[in-house]
Design a protein around this ligand. Structure first.
Ligand code: DGY
Length: 326
């Protein structure tokens, strides 16, 4: 009997075909509508493999419904949507899709930093709405990026890729991290510092840590109050790492200069969210890895992980300690 696989969102047909050859595949065939929890709850009961996105909460209650599940292949590098402990307890492998999205996400992070500093969205709106009457010395003036100090909170793969972009702009780079990375300091020419000092000294602060119970609200009113008045906060990691209400207040009362936000605590963010009312915030709908090539690579990698696990082999991007019975 062929293994049963469920895919929680439409992915390109040629990628589905890779699974179709050896598995029985069902898919939530929608592009913009996430699968309702109750449907996934039913689907998960009989399947052997699940390919899901960061939009699905794969919690303990859901995992307990699965009778045959061997693998949860997440199509994302972040996996805070999955209860890994529960999966491990039930002998279910969990995989993610690192590396393939590193450069694309660093591109977007640096692009968001530039858009925020140079007020690109505001300037474009200004022109299109007919407000542009003349060139004027201080009109739509922003912040210089070249020569400024960039602080990276969490020096993982994407953080390192961001450093390479920043170095092209002659930026001085500071980083804070759980552990010090001497090799990267030497190779990339960056300086390690405490989170507090990074916040005090940086002109641009980029949040790049994974979202865990330890990093929830890592950037709160206390941390924001340490930042310079003309500093910019960029978050392309996960929403809950920055306290959104504290950020709103810091921006509204000009305790910091601006923010570029690609991720929200609740996505899609509600249109009456206070952050959306501020002129000094650039907001994006979680598009860090959204290039055609990278999303295709992510889907392919998730499928490879899934198929490998269904063949009782160890997938390349296994996140939990599971033993294999051949
Ligand atoms: C991830 O992979 O975790 C990103 O947030 C989406 O690409």
């Amino acid at each position: 009997m062929k293994p049963k696989v469920y895919i929680t969102r439409r992915i390109p047909e040629h990628i589905v075909k890779r699974i179709n050859k050896t598995c029985e595949v069902r898919m939530w065939d929608h592009e913009d509508i996430p699968i309702p929890y109750e449907i996934l709850e039913k689907e998960i009961e009989e399947i052997d493999g699940l390919l899901c996105l960061l939009t699905e909460t794969i919690d303990d209650a859901l995992i307990r419904k699965a009778k045959n599940l061997k693998i949860i292949a997440n199509m994302a590098v972040g996996y805070n949507n999955i209860d890994i402990n529960s999966a491990t307890t039930h002998g279910i492998m969990v995989t993610n899709t690192p590396d393939v999205l590193t450069e694309t996400t660093a591109d977007l992070t640096f692009g968001l930093l530039m858009a925020t500093a140079r007020r690109l969205i505001e300037a474009s709106d200004y022109l299109k709405s007919g407000e542009w009457k003349t060139w004027s010395p201080m009109q739509l003036t922003g912040l210089d990026i070249h020569g400024a100090t960039l602080g990276i909170i969490g020096l993982g793969r994407i953080g390192e890729a961001l450093v390479r972009r920043a170095k092209g702009f002659d930026m001085k780079v500071l980083y804070s991290n759980r552990s010090r990375k001497y090799e990267q300091e030497y190779e990339l020419g960056i300086n390690y510092t405490s989170l507090e000092n990074l916040l005090l000294e940086s002109d641009f602060v980029c949040v790049m840590v994974p979202y865990t119970s330890e990093t929830k609200n890592l950037i709160d009113s206390e941390q924001l109050s340490l930042m310079k008045e003309n500093a910019v906060l960029i978050n392309t990691a996960r929403g809950g790492i920055v306290n959104e209400i504290a950020l709103y207040k810091a921006l509204k009362y000009r305790e910091i200069w601006g923010a570029g936000i690609d991720v929200f605590e609740n996505e899609p963010v509600s249109l009456d969210h206070p952050l959306l009312t501020l002129p000094n915030v650039v907001t994006l709908p979680h598009i860090g890895s959204a290039s055609i090539a990278t999303r295709t690579k992510m889907a392919n990698l998730a499928v490879t992980n899934l198929m490998t696990a269904l063949q009782n082999e160890k997938p390349q991007n296994l996140l939990n300690d599971i033993y294999f019975i051949n």
